[in-house]
Design a protein around this ligand. Structure first.
Ligand SMILES: [Fe+2]
Length: 172
């Protein structure tokens, strides 16, 4: 048996049976894997700011960002497992995350607390837009289960954006 045949026989083991078609598996898995990379990137950025925030509101911001990071991290396993249930394969490495992520890293030595919160607010709003796009892809293929999970993740991202928005508001 040549290498290609043995590789395709081994990967066939990863083709979970599903009543959705091959096109649905490809499109929805692609959308979910890109989102998974975004969730991991946003998780680490939120933790980065949780660790490096400073100033008079330290305790509030430090705790808010930890709470948000926990919520973001909690979505990662359900996303990856959803891809497997659809018969797709999911992320295998940090390197793969860095190639797929659309959330931009922030490796600056110092970021003001206001800039941290504003950046995360924008990231969460962009995440909402991408989640809506993925929801439309699920709708096209009749994948109600992925769509239903995505609806919860949209609500959570909107909540994070709301808290970040209120926290960055200037007092009147
Ligand atoms: Fe911590």
């Amino acid at each position: 048996m040549n290498d290609k045949a043995s590789t395709s026989r081994r990967t066939a083991r990863l083709h979970t049976p599903t009543s959705l078609g091959a096109e649905a598996t490809r499109d929805i898995s692609g959308a979910l894997n890109a989102l998974l990379a975004d969730f991991f990137a946003l998780y680490l950025k939120t933790k980065n700011f949780h660790w490096h925030v400073s100033g008079p509101h330290f305790r509030d911001y430090h705790l808010l960002l930890d709470e948000q990071a926990d919520q973001i991290y909690a979505t990662t396993d359900p996303i990856a497992e959803r891809v497997r249930k659809l018969g797709g394969t999911t992320l295998r490495s940090i390197g793969q995350i860095s190639r797929l992520q659309r959330v931009l890293d922030n490796e600056a030595d110092y970021v003001t607390p206001q800039d941290m919160l504003a950046e995360l607010r924008d990231d969460n709003q962009q995440l909402v837009a991408r989640l809506r796009e993925a929801h439309a892809t699920c709708d096209e293929h009749g994948d109600v289960a992925s769509a239903s999970l995505i609806e919860v993740w949209i609500d959570e991202a909107e909540r994070r954006a709301w808290f970040l928005y209120e926290t960055t508001r200037k007092s009147e």
